[in-house]
Design a protein around this ligand. Structure first.
Ligand SMILES: C[S@@+](CC[C@H](N)C(=O)[O-])C[C@H]1O[C@@H](n2cnc3c(N)ncnc32)[C@H](O)[C@@H]1O
Length: 229
């Protein structure tokens, strides 16, 4: 499958390749993009990258390659050893991010979702690539908080928490309250997305972050934000 080929490309790449946004964007394309048929102003959500969108509805990264790539290259310089993923969905983006960061010292990750939508093939890839990822689909906040209690014993146990979960303003605010105390930096998906005013609004309240919002046709869709706490 495409994700496996992309992971092989990442593991076989030189560090110089991995620091090239074009190389990383091509690896995202090779994996494939999640099926999303939305258009805005007559332009497909993925813009010029629509040709890399998969037609099946369970696989693919729900990301724009020219946003995810510079975001990852930025992270390469930040020594992310511990990573928390919130809103893991099918697991493709998490797996890609973890495989990329593994090349720069990632040791372990915790992946959380309110529902279990994980593509089981991801777990095989974690094992095959030596990715130490704990996955938890929690059906209540109590279950989540019990799992997080272990981590709370350490100060800031995650170098980075990536939030792409409940996209309402109150939902992102609640997630920031839960995860910010656990992380040295926070990243958000959809900070520049006209379909996600809740995330964009919350992001606007956070000062001092960097954004990765490139779109080949200039649409305000998706966008990643990264802020050091
Ligand atoms: C847009 S998808 C995430 C896409 C994924 N990060 C990617 O790049 O492909 C949002 C995910 O968040 C999950 N979710 C919704 N509310 C949540 C919450 N409060 N906590 C954790 N996950 C949540 C949904 O089940 C869904 O899988």
């Amino acid at each position: 499958m495409g994700l496996e080929a992309a992971l092989q490309r990442l593991s076989g790449a030189t560090v110089q390749d991995l620091l090239s946004e074009e190389f990383v964007a091509d690896a995202v394309r090779l994996a494939g993009l999640y099926y999303d048929p939305r258009f805005l102003e007559g332009v497909h959500l993925y813009g010029d990258d629509v040709e890399w969108m998969r037609s099946d509805k369970s696989h693919g990264l729900w990301q724009i390659p020219t946003q995810l790539a510079p975001f990852l290259v930025e992270l390469a310089g930040r020594k992310v050893k511990t990573f928390l993923d919130v809103g893991t969905f099918n697991g493709w983006t998490l797996t890609f991010i973890a495989a990329y960061l593994q090349r720069f010292g990632l040791e372990r990750a915790l992946a959380l979702d309110r529902w279990n939508l994980l593509d089981p093939a991801c777990e095989d890839l974690w094992a095959a690539h030596g990715l130490d990822i704990e996955y938890l689909a929690f059906d209540s906040e109590e279950v989540r908080d019990r799992a997080l209690a272990r981590y709370k014993k350490a100060e800031k146990p995650f170098d980075l928490a990536f939030i792409d979960a409940d996209h309402s303003h109150e939902g992102v605010r609640a997630d920031v309250k839960v995860y910010a105390p656990l992380a040295k930096a926070l990243a958000f998906h959809d900070v520049n997305d006209v379909f996600c005013p809740g995330v964009a609004g919350m992001w606007a309240e956070i000062a001092g972050g960097v954004e990765f919002t490139h779109h080949s046709r200039g649409l305000k869709v998706m966008g990643l934000g990264l802020v050091t706490l």
